[in-house]
Unconditional design. Structure first.
Lengths: 256, 418
């Protein structure tokens, strides 16, 4: 831990490098961060909201799905970025020493910028639909932190696996697609039978999305028991990921 | 005196093949795993090699230690362990103080970022604090000589410029212990002199330095003590001048020069014996040569009475063992038996002929039997690095990427346009 603190400037630089490069390379960089969740929202609204008429907790479907897409997009890009972070920083890993954990950590930090940008659109939409946050908004950052911890756990694990097996990045989009449908992005998890809700609580993203929506768009408060199950799941993801990462770490420079 | 580095029984084992690629695909691993279960096989066994074995030494604070050995002797592995990039298989390495390394300059340079941004990024990667970088920023830029381009993305730099910038950042680190790999002798002669000067400054200020080099002169000049590694073990540990002398005498490794002070035991036969072989450029023995200028392979030998007609010959190949060429002196003077005495023949390889990289030269004194060459004396291998300072006037022009081929001639091009 002390070592991590010592290297905090490097973490900052790595994050800063990725952010600068990202917005430099694509002229529509900023727009991209907004367009991606926004267009997904439009498609979801048309397909699932209008056509399939999925339950949306009593709020307009666009708001429902967009407010779920925000933490979800953050989570998905965090997992993708941190999973490829060790192999992606091969030049660094084989040539200088730094706490390797910094690479996946930077991977889950960079997408926060995109999240912030996309969040402004949500604010606009809320004004448009006349929806205002409740006092529970103070909890929203906590749920985002939970998304970060889960993404970091998955990212730590996959980045270590990726050093050994280079096809991991190809499997991630598929994994994320499956995960998306189990997280309550396209339909409200709360309208499922109770039994299923408990099982889905093992997926931390269900609690993240429920909690985030509760705070920001004022949907009913999430069930405490299920949230605690999700918190536990998020922590276990993190602990298992970190454990596997630390165990594989000594071999990174030799294998990569 | 306090110990800055204590290395005890250090060993590092690699699986054969691991040095190249130890990774595969998950798909294959799963398929193989399943196949093994079906066939009830055991895990395949791997051959192993020890890159380092039972290496122990200590470095006192303020000491400048040289490390020498031929390629593959374990020098880089040792540095990698000391910088904590990789872990030892056995033994321990204890280091007291902040370590800075110049193993590979330009690590983490990002082509899209400007020179200024890269200085900060690279500085942090090497372990500098922001304040420290700010304080030394002007010095770094001046040392690299890139003032005008500091806000230009590095992808537009010539390769010489980016290497200079990278070295400048690294050279301004102020660690308590500095680990240096010689490959950073980059750029033109003038820049190399500046780098060596910087190295000397650092060692003068009482910092501990571990310096890996093929350049025996530099090593003797900078270090008071040296260790010689071969096949992962320490062969000698002592005063640098003595270790260097023994190393050269053993004709070990492929440095850019070899000498046989004692003509009796030098390679050869009753007609001719080797005295020395050197790689020279601009009148100096060098390890790294500028691709643009001619390189001389100097062969010194002694001819005795009754020798048959002889002539010197060289064979040159690249790091992948591709033979670039064979060449011999075809002048008429060698048609007759040479009078006894000491000879120095120099084969001049023109500038802008070889590609960049490590070149190895075999030198021989031969005689001909129509379709057979009889080597009488062999000077073994000498090696040198061909480098491109990246100033845009070599065969690669302003291109800074990978360039294949054993040779890289600067051709004459004609263009017709209508």
């Amino acid at each position: 831990m002390r070592e991590l603190w010592h290297y905090r400037e490097l973490l900052f630089r790595l994050v800063w490098r990725d952010v600068v490069v990202r917005y430099k390379q694509t002229s529509i960089g900023v727009l991209w961060a907004i367009l991606q969740p926004f267009l997904t929202m439009v498609v979801f609204t048309l397909v699932f909201g209008k056509f399939a008429d999925f339950p949306s907790k009593g709020v307009p479907y666009p708001i429902f799905t967009y407010s779920a897409l925000l933490p979800w997009t953050y989570f998905a890009s965090s997992v993708a970025q941190s999973s490829s972070s060790i192999v992606g920083n091969r030049a660094l890993v084989t040539k200088v020493y730094f706490p390797r954990v910094l690479a996946p950590l930077a991977g889950v930090t960079v997408p926060i910028v995109d999240f912030m940008l996309a969040f402004t659109v949500l604010v606009g939409m809320m004004i448009w639909f006349g929806i205002f946050p409740t006092a529970a908004i103070v909890f929203a950052p906590l749920f985002l932190l939970m998304a970060l911890v889960s993404a970091l756990g998955v990212g730590l694990f996959l980045s270590a696996v990726n050093v050994r097996y280079r096809d991991v990045p190809y499997a991630i989009p598929f994994l994320m697609q499956m995960w998306l449908f189990l997280s309550g992005v396209v339909f409200a998890i709360t309208s499922l039978p109770e039994r299923w809700q408990w099982i889905l609580a093992l997926n931390p993203m269900t609690a993240v999305i429920n909690g985030f929506q509760w705070g920001v768009i004022g949907t009913p408060a999430p069930d405490l028991g299920k949230t605690l199950v999700s918190v536990g799941a998020a922590c276990s993801f993190f602990i298992v990921g970190l454990w596997y990462f630390r165990r594989s770490e000594p071999r990174f420079a030799d294998t990569i | 005196m306090a110990k800055a580095i204590v290395v005890e029984e250090l060993g590092k084992r690699y699986r054969i093949g691991q040095l190249q690629s130890a990774y595969g695909t998950l798909r294959d691993a799963l398929a193989e795993g399943a196949a093994r279960i079906v066939r009830r096989e055991r895990k395949p066994t791997y051959e192993e090699i020890w890159a380092l074995r039972d290496v122990s030494f200590e470095v006192t604070e303020g000491e400048v230690l040289g490390v020498l050995g031929r390629n593959g002797a374990g020098k880089s592995t040792l540095l990698k362990i000391l910088t904590r990039i990789t872990n030892p298989t056995t033994g321990t390495a204890t280091i007291r103080g902040r370590v800075g390394s110049l193993l590979e300059v330009g690590t983490g340079f990002h082509p899209e970022l400007t020179g200024r941004e890269n200085i900060f990024l690279n500085g942090s990667i090497l372990g500098m604090k922001r304040k420290e970088i700010l304080r030394k920023f002007d010095e770094i830029v001046e040392f690299a000589g890139v003032e005008k381009f500091i806000d230009t993305p590095v992808k537009r730099y010539s390769s010489g410029m980016s290497v200079r910038l990278a070295f400048a950042v690294a050279a301004h680190l102020e660690p308590e212990i500095l680990l240096v790999d010689e490959v950073l002798a980059v750029g033109d002669a003038e820049f190399q002199r500046r780098c060596l000067g910087r190295m000397e400054d650092i060692s003068m200020t009482g910092r501990t330095v571990l310096f890996v080099s093929h350049n025996m002169q530099t090593l003797t000049a900078l270090c008071n003590r040296a260790i010689w590694l071969d096949q992962g073990a320490i062969v000698r540990d002592g005063k640098s001048s003595e270790v260097v002398a023994q190393y050269l005498q053993a004709g070990f490794g492929t440095g850019s020069q070899r000498e046989w002070p004692d003509v009796e035991t030098a390679p050869g036969n009753q007609y001719v014996r080797m005295r020395f072989v050197r790689v020279v450029q601009d009148g100096r023995v060098v390890d790294a040569v500028d691709v643009r200028r001619p390189v001389g392979i100097e062969i010194g030998f002694r001819v005795f009475d009754g020798a048959p007609p002889l002539f010197p010959k060289i064979k040159l190949w690249d790091a992948q063992s591709n033979v670039a060429f064979n060449a011999m002196d075809t002048s008429r003077r060698w048609d007759d038996p040479p009078p006894p005495g000491d000879y120095v023949c120099t084969a001049w390889i023109p500038g802008n002929l070889l590609n960049e990289g490590l070149m190895t030269v075999l030198t021989q004194i031969c005689s001909i039997d129509v379709t057979k060459l009889w080597p009488h004396a062999s000077g073994g291998n000498v090696a040198f690095h061909v480098q491109d300072p990246g100033e845009g006037d070599s065969a690669r022009g302003r291109y800074a990427g990978q360039w294949k081929g054993v040779v890289r001639p600067l051709l004459d091009w004609t263009t017709e346009w209508s």
